[in-house]
Design a protein around this ligand. Structure first.
Ligand SMILES: [Zn+2]
Ligand SMILES: [Zn+2]
Length: 364
């Protein structure tokens, strides 16, 4: 699904966090960058008045989704680019929607970076990650092309990094809404965005993304370039997956039909065949934190809405628990429901397999 050539005019870039402190400064440069034909902009947030201080967007667009606003800016700068706006969290997105040649990320949470590392490894995508830190004076750009023997984002991680996975960079200011998501200055965001574009242009020009990191302390004017090392005991498997596109949509296939049809494709005995989805596990049980009521479900956890998560007895919050894989041991109502009913969407990548073998399919 992914072309690796950098000659000609077919390069598509996917930007995750496209409307924030770094992303909003980055996007206009993409419109002026030679060698790009497509840009996918992913950002779930909406612009607020507070964002006007640190992010690049017109004030009339307060209240609009960041992805849509930046897509419009980009089309105005370069009407020849194929621009796709996706106002969603990357963690909820079917992997087929990320059919790009390279990922650029401008996100503010380690948990999201961890997830992006999984996506980059499995889809064999080069990845340029940008971040800020250190009282709004550190700019960082990391260039990676994970693979066998090549460093990934987690190769340099130790226990403390994993423990801090929920924390966010640059929490030195609180936002107007009281949240502590990364807030850096407009100038720092713009500086990091420019560095990220330099690295993209280096890659577009044929440079290899072997694993480098550049950190600049803009207050002390020090810069720290480094080469990242592959770690043989890295927690992340660096293996990429081959994905076959199929004609069937999640509406057309029942869980059982998917197990039969795709299991047959790999000659797997039906009673040993399982199915999972690359982006999420399945919630099978929702337990109310207030009244203890338990509801049985089969819904992709990443597809659960606030409504799904509300207790049907008392209206309080429920906690989902579930499984990675589904198989023919599930009751008939589950097996006969469609993949769409189970929360799968067009572009979702499903893995069908047995203990011995597995294969990956992208749903139409
Ligand atoms: Zn690694
Ligand atoms: Zn309840």
């Amino acid at each position: 699904m992914i072309s690796q050539t950098r000659s000609g005019s077919g390069i598509t870039v996917a930007v995750v966090g496209a409307g924030g402190n770094i992303g909003s400064h980055l996007v206009p440069h993409l419109g002026r960058c030679d060698g790009l034909s497509g840009v996918i902009l992913v950002d779930p947030d909406h612009y607020t008045v507070a964002n006007l201080r640190t992010q690049a967007f017109p004030g009339v667009d307060v209240g609009q989704t960041k992805a849509d606003v930046q897509a419009r800016r980009l089309r105005n700068i370069n009407p020849h680019l194929d621009v796709t706006s996706i106002p969603e969290e990357i963690e909820r997105l079917p992997w087929g929607r990320l059919s790009a040649d390279i990922l650029l990320s401008c996100v503010d949470s380690r948990a999201t970076r961890l997830y992006m590392n999984l996506v980059a490894c499995r889809l064999n995508l080069p990845w340029i990650d940008a971040g800020v830190g250190g009282n709004a004076n550190l700019a960082r750009v990391t260039v990676l092309a994970p693979g066998a023997g090549r460093p990934c984002f987690e190769c340099s991680w130790d226990e403390r990094d994993y423990a801090a996975v929920e924390s966010r960079y640059s929490c030195n200011h609180a936002n107007e809404d009281g949240s502590t998501a990364a807030v850096s200055t407009s100038s720092l965001g713009a500086a990091v965005a420019a560095l990220q574009i330099f690295e993209l242009e280096r890659w577009l020009g044929g440079g290899d993304a072997l694993g480098t990191e550049l950190v600049i302390d803009l207050k002390s004017r020090n810069f720290f370039p480094s080469r990242l090392d592959f770690n043989p005991s890295c927690r992340m498997s660096h293996e990429s997956i081959e994905i076959e596109r199929i004609e069937h949509s999640p509406e057309e296939l029942s869980v059982n039909a998917a197990l039969v049809k795709l299991g047959d494709d790999i000659d797997a005995p039906l009673n040993e065949t399982w199915l999972r989805v690359t982006r999420s596990w399945f919630a099978t049980q929702l337990t109310c934190v207030e009244c203890g009521h338990v509801r049985q479900e089969l819904l992709l956890a990443a597809s659960l809405t606030d409504d799904d998560l509300r207790c049907q007895v008392c209206g309080e919050r429920t906690v989902p628990a579930g499984i990675d894989r589904i198989d023919t041991s599930h009751p008939d109502p589950v097996l006969n429901s469609s993949l769409a009913d189970a929360g799968l969407r067009s572009g979702d990548v499903v893995t069908v397999g047995t203990q011995a073998k597995e294969k990956h399919y992208e749903l139409a």
